[in-house]
Design a protein around this ligand. Sequence first.
Ligand code: UTP
Length: 410
Amino acid sequence: MSITLAQAKEKLKKYGQEHVLKYYDELSAAGQAALLEQIGGSDMDILDSCKHQEELLERGVITPLAAMELPEIEANRESFTATGIEAIRAGKVAAVLLAGGMGTRLGSDDPKGVYNIGITRELYIFQCLVNNLMEVVRQADTWIHLFVMTSDKNHEATVKFLTEHEFFGYSAEYVHFFQQKMALAVDYDGKVYMEEKGKMASSPNGNGGWFVSMEDAGLVDLIHREGIEWLNAFAVDNVLQRICDPCFVGATIQRECVAGAKVVGKVTPDEKVGAICLEDGRPSIVEYYDMTQELMDAKDAQGKPAYHFGVILNYLFNVEELERIVSQSLPLHVVEKKIPYLNEVGELVKPQAPNGYKFENLILDMIHQTGSCLPFEVVREKEFAPIKNKTGIDSVESARELLRQNGVTL
Ligand code: UTP
């Protein structure tokens, strides 16, 4: 949003961020205009949140939510799959790839999806995902719309890479890119960092804003035009996951739920995955850092761990439900991060340790807004190979091993 210098000064004064204009006079006319535009378009109401973080994330009463487990799925696989295939063939199901994250833990400046995990051949993360979706395309004998969310930081590189690789055989007509919003990044006192003399530091605003961003991009019109009723949103980094899995889609439809979440049994009660549950009687997810000992020890009516199932960031949402909840605001998560910034003398510093906060909305909080959600168990070794780090847990190494186990040549 374009604003005048006077309006920018007024806004910055209101939020105690006057330092943002420190270098204004040194900027070119275009640089000045860009900075004013960024100031005008930035949500500064959120900045104060880092000072009262505890209140932001107060939780309701947590109780168990039973998952549909493997034996029940196996017993109904044929019927669920038939229902799912029918919906996919009718064009009612689409996929949403959440690829706007920075992937900082992987330590590459490129978008995470362009990471080559192959050894004897090239095998990119994006390629693995497309291959997985293609299996369903072949099974259903129809193309499936694939929406790809990027951010200001990786949009161009993502589009260029996928275009150059001809979408790894996917039909370009069915691929739609959209960009998520950015949020400002601040120091521990809530002061916005500058990443350039004419640019405030910002980062993607989390994976929770995807449907709002699709609306902003005009893609919800396309969804209506095409008669899409279900969106399967999934993370970029799980190279084994099934996307638009007909069995999962069919189970969610047959159980008359407006959302579904793929889950795996946790390896240990404190494993770093969010646990599916009810919160004040509605579906919800407790993040691993909110898991108390009491919750980890709790048992359900059958004497099994009550919060045993963890989400793998593969969710199915009914479009009507998304449109109902889209106006509700999501809780804001304040996350400590390493934020590159200009120091006192205007030099760029890339910190080695966290030096401030980013603000994010998370997709898992959308589950709490839905009326019903089916936790759908999947076999971990077949569907969960997240790549967060280079080595160790949830890494390139561990994902390679799992891909090998599943017969993928590396
Ligand atoms: P992560 O929570 O792993 O975050 O994202 P990240 O930014 O990719 O990685 P780190 O923490 O910096 O190492 C989980 C999924 O959500 C997407 C990511 O691309 C990934 O698919 N995501 C995350 C977004 O699309 N936008 C965001 O703002 C954040």
